[in-house]
Design a protein around this ligand. Structure first.
Ligand code: PLP
Length: 301
């Protein structure tokens, strides 16, 4: 198998907004050089090295992940220093790379990067991101607080294209989801729910969706265009649910609705487009209980 050789970006070609004199002044003044993302400090590792200088170039200007969004990524939660379901996440990352026509990253190198990032700074709960573009392998981790047990959702104004070639992969071309998330935040909701082009319920901007109807737990099929979520898969394995497609409006008939994702786990929905819903309901509570029990048994199920 041929791998793309991983080389640190050449520092001779660096372009930076800070002069050397400014760097020396900042170092002397005690300003900590730290990588930040969306205002949060992150530990970052790129192509074999922990990033210690936040101004240092880390991604080549020709990187196709950077230029055209042709890359894949995974977001995992880390419990007391151990990433949850790493093997499943790496399998999805490799599948996504194959869809984009790029080689998989070297498994041992990814695992080494994960270990080095996590060794650099530990928190009880961390969010880990692995990004792979075929040229750049970047791993970041940041501390985060658990999501609240329930949240409000709103309908996204934009649909998921279930006929897109990117369906089923976690592509770095993620801005559509970011806009839906921003739409949710503008409406005081924690998640935006997308229908597909057929008008069927699909998924959240960053989560899968389950609902209870006629006493049965249901979730949209993968043909709806939703991501094959690791959490979705584990809920199907550990608890069971019927995979079935239905128009978006099915949510208004549901007795319970919950979201599933690596960082949310199982999160009940207490309002849909401003309409209140009891949450967490009995099925959601039971799924969350089973989830917690199984998660405690194995961190790489
Ligand atoms: C669009 C989308 N759907 C579903 C999910 C849930 O996937 P997972 O359970 O693997 O985190 C995510 C996760 O970020 C996502 O981005």
């Amino acid at each position: 198998m041929s791998y793309v050789r991983l080389l640190p970006v050449r520092r001779t070609a660096r372009a930076t907004t800070r002069t050397l004199a400014e760097r020396v002044r900042r170092a002397k003044s005690g300003v900590r050089q730290r990588v930040e993302w969306e205002g949060c400090p992150v530990q970052a590792w790129v192509n074999g090295h922990i990033v210690t200088d936040p101004d240092a170039p880390a991604v080549a200007v020709t990187d196709r992940g950077f230029t055209v969004g042709a890359g894949v990524f995974e977001t995992l939660k880390v419990l007391d220093g151990t990433p949850f379901a790493l093997t499943r996440h790496l399998a999805r990352l490799n599948h996504g790379a194959a869809v984009l026509g790029i080689d998989s990253p070297d498994d041992a190198l990814v695992r080494r990067g994960v270990a080095e990032v996590l060794a650099a700074e530990a928190h009880p709960l961390q969010r880990l991101r692995i990004t792979w573009t075929g040229t750049t392998l970047a791993i970041t981790s940041t501390a985060f607080a658990s999501y609240s047990p329930t949240t409000a959702i709103v309908t996204s104004p934009w649909p998921r294209n279930e006929r897109s070639p990117l369906v089923g992969i976690k592509s770095t071309a993620f801005a559509e989801n970011i806009l839906s998330t921003a739409h949710a935040a503008k409406h005081d909701a924690g998640e935006a729910i997308l229908a597909n082009l057929n008008g069927d319920l699909c998924e959240g901007a960053g989560s899968n969706i389950f609902y209870v109807l006629d006493g049965e737990l249901r979730t949209p099929t993968l043909e709806s265009g939703c991501l094959p979520g690791v959490t979705r898969d584990l809920v199907l394995e550990w608890f069971g649910a019927r995979e079935v497609d239905a128009p978006l409006g099915v949510l208004l008939e549901a007795d319970e609705v919950f979201l599933a994702s690596s960082t949310r786990n199982v999160q009940g929905v207490h309002a849909i487009d401003g309409r209140a819903l009891g949450a967490p309901g009995p099925v959601t509570t039971e799924v969350a209980r089973v989830w917690a029990e199984r998660e405690a048994q194995s961190l790489d199920p």
